[in-house]
Design a protein around this ligand. Structure first.
Ligand code: SAH
Length: 273
């Protein structure tokens, strides 16, 4: 097993990781999240060898050990969907850090994927509808489809057509190939700020890029009883949890400070924000 696998890098490694282009203000790397796992485990402890599937499992075990994942369902889905199938070739798949995927975008760090899955777990029950805005590599869309099952619906919306195409290839190689084939999972090219009205209302909405403010169409497309997890802010961002109550009113709370790439126009993103 190579030394870049299953590493829980030191905080300084994470800060200096060249994961993406500079953000709009040019103050530093625009990562999809602030790494928050305090890692004290050395790499050598994980040199146990094994297949990619085993390494993925070990990554999930490590997230459990660090207290990031407590949900059995989240463990199951993250073990089922191998992260290595979603990162570009040559990118260390199991390091707890965001990684560049081209087009000034990143795949979020495993601990952020885990956090968002856990926050949305109750709204990703079999038969439910889930929307993944800024679906990027398709990793979370694949997780959502696995959780909501064949009677449910998982929709990814991504505004870079090349990422839509590569995400579909990633999903085809993964354990979520069958929902893709069966039609309960689909990925679409479009401006995610408009949501995806065709399969609304959604029980769960995940937004993988930071919005200056919560887009109204996404609130409108949330089902009463539904939950949206969305990073909000420009440089300083909060991961907000938006619950639509049964009377249609909305409750919002901040879960944690994060750093995501912006939810913006395609032009702005391709120009480097
Ligand atoms: N959850 C994804 C995150 C990808 S990074 C993953 O882990 O793979 C955020 C993504 O949001 C990028 O792929 C970017 O292209 C996309 N994005 C940004 N603004 C968007 C918009 N207005 N509409 C749709 N996608 C958008």
């Amino acid at each position: 097993m190579s030394s870049d696998n299953l590493a829980c890098p030191s905080t300084s490694d994470l800060r200096t990781q060249p994961v993406a282009a500079l953000d709009k203000e040019g103050i530093g790397p625009a990562m999809t999240s602030i790494p928050m796992i305090a890692c004290s485990t050395s790499l050598s402890e994980h040199h146990s060898g094994g297949s990619g599937t085993n390494k993925n499992k070990q990554m999930v075990e490590q997230l459990q050990r660090y207290g990031v994942i407590s949900s059995k369902k989240v463990v199951e889905v993250m073990e089922t969907i191998d992260r290595a199938l979603f990162v570009p070739d040559g990118t260390p798949a199991y390091v707890d850090s965001p990684m560049a995927i081209g087009y000034n975008a990143t795949i979020s760090a495993p601990h952020m994927h885990a956090t968002c899955l856990q926050l949305l777990e109750e709204n990703l029950q079999p038969g439910m509808h889930a929307l993944d805005v800024g679906s990027g590599t398709g990793y979370l869309t694949a997780c959502f489809a696995t959780m909501v099952g064949p009677q449910g619906r998982a929709i990814g919306v991504e505004h870079i057509p090349e990422l839509v195409a590569s995400s579909i290839k990633n999903i085809e190689k993964s354990a979520a190939a069958s929902p893709l084939k069966g039609g309960s999972l689909s990925v679409h090219a479009g401006d995610g700020r408009e949501g995806w009205p065709e399969h609304a209302p959604y029980d769960a909405i995940h937004v993988g890029a930071a919005a200056p403010e919560i887009p109204q169409p996404l609130i409108d497309q949330l089902k009463p009883g539904g939950r949206m997890v969305i990073p909000v802010g420009k440089i300083f961002q909060d991961l907000q949890v938006v619950d639509k109550n049964l009377d249609g009113s909305v409750s919002i709370r901040s879960e944690t400070a994060v750093r995501y790439v912006p939810l913006t126009s395609r032009d702005a993103q391709l120009k480097g924000y």
